[in-house]
Design a protein around this ligand. Structure first.
Ligand SMILES: [Zn+2]
Length: 303
């Protein structure tokens, strides 16, 4: 049985920022879908690989860069069952709320960036809980609940190779960039849950980590977990410090950007920095941290 294959969705016309993964046993699964705006690239790559049937379309969570094309691919591959967290499932059936929630972040740019989202009939969907096994025949994918980036998020462990598809649980590290950036969007980002999920991934001892953004990590599993943890804590420190002198998104973003450029990403060539920014932007990440700190403060005051 073969190793999984990475398919580059070429999201936003950029190489190596958003992948999908083809896993083949007796049946075939596609893990992640990319957004609908670039679904033709994924379908083209599947056709080129001679895939005329998908049994499973598996999404780590329902953000548009991970599941935006799920409905479109479900139409193209009518045998496929769509595997998703129970919290995400209703939003794939009726994507209106998902679309309007993303509009709060991306404004007028929604159609260009994401290309819409096709609904999925409820009978096509299988909800997946922590520890559930997706049987591909001679090979399986095990769901590992990994909240934090989103409250509904699964990583998937390939029984054949020990590779874990980590979705956004680890943050992002686009192809050719040997650095992590956290992925901390509002409204659900939870720092403590994200850190716990990374520990959970590490304890399972996968042989390798494949990020949706993008592909196998440049460093080993322990080192990747350590780096992803460090960068989450580092950002938390920067945001908290900037926030204490004014809880203003623009100012905090500018301050974090300066700190990150100095300490982490300063050495990145300009086009790599742009690819990183298109994957998960400073502004979106800071907005997620601010919302997390606000919520945490309110909870502390209430208790
Ligand atoms: Zn996401």
């Amino acid at each position: 049985m073969s190793a999984p294959t990475v398919i580059d969705t070429k999201m936003h016309g950029l190489d190596g920022i958003t992948g999908t993964f083809l896993v083949t046993g007796d049946g075939t699964a596609l893990v992640e879908t990319g957004p609908k705006s670039v679904v033709h690239n994924v379908v083209g790559a599947l056709e080129e690989a001679g895939i005329d049937r998908l049994d499973w379309i598996v999404v780590t969570h329902i953000h548009l860069d991970h599941a935006g094309a799920a409905g479109t691919l479900a139409q193209r591959f009518p045998e496929a069952t769509i595997a998703v967290h129970p919290v995400g499932a209703p939003h794939l059936v009726d994507p209106a709320k998902l679309w309007s929630s993303a509009s709060r972040i991306y404004g007028d740019d929604m159609e260009r960036l994401w290309g819409g989202i096709d609904p999925i009939a409820p009978e096509r969907i299988k909800t997946i809980d922590d520890g559930d096994i997706i049987d591909l025949g001679g090979r399986s994918l095990a769901a590992v609940e990994t909240p934090g980036h989103a409250s509904h998020h699964h990583a998937y462990l390939d029984s054949e190779t020990g590779i874990m598809f980590t979705g956004d649980a680890m943050g992002v590290s686009p192809q050719g960039i040997n650095a992590f950036r956290p992925a901390t969007p509002p409204p659900e980002f939870d720092l403590d849950a994200t850190l716990s999920s990374i520990q959970k991934i590490r304890r399972i001892e996968p042989t390798a980590l494949w990020l949706t953004h993008y592909g196998p990590t440049d460093v080993g599993v322990d080192e990747a977990c350590a780096q992803a943890t460090d960068v989450l804590n580092q950002w938390a420190g920067w945001v908290e410090k900037a926030r204490s002198s004014g809880n203003d998104l623009d100012q905090v973003t500018a301050s974090v950007q300066r700190a990150a450029a100095q300490e982490l990403e300063g050495a990145l060539p300009e086009d790599d920095a742009a690819r990183m920014e298109m994957t998960t932007s400073y502004r979106m990440n800071v907005s997620g941290y601010l919302r997390y700190f606000d919520k945490r403060e309110k909870a502390q005051q209430a208790s």
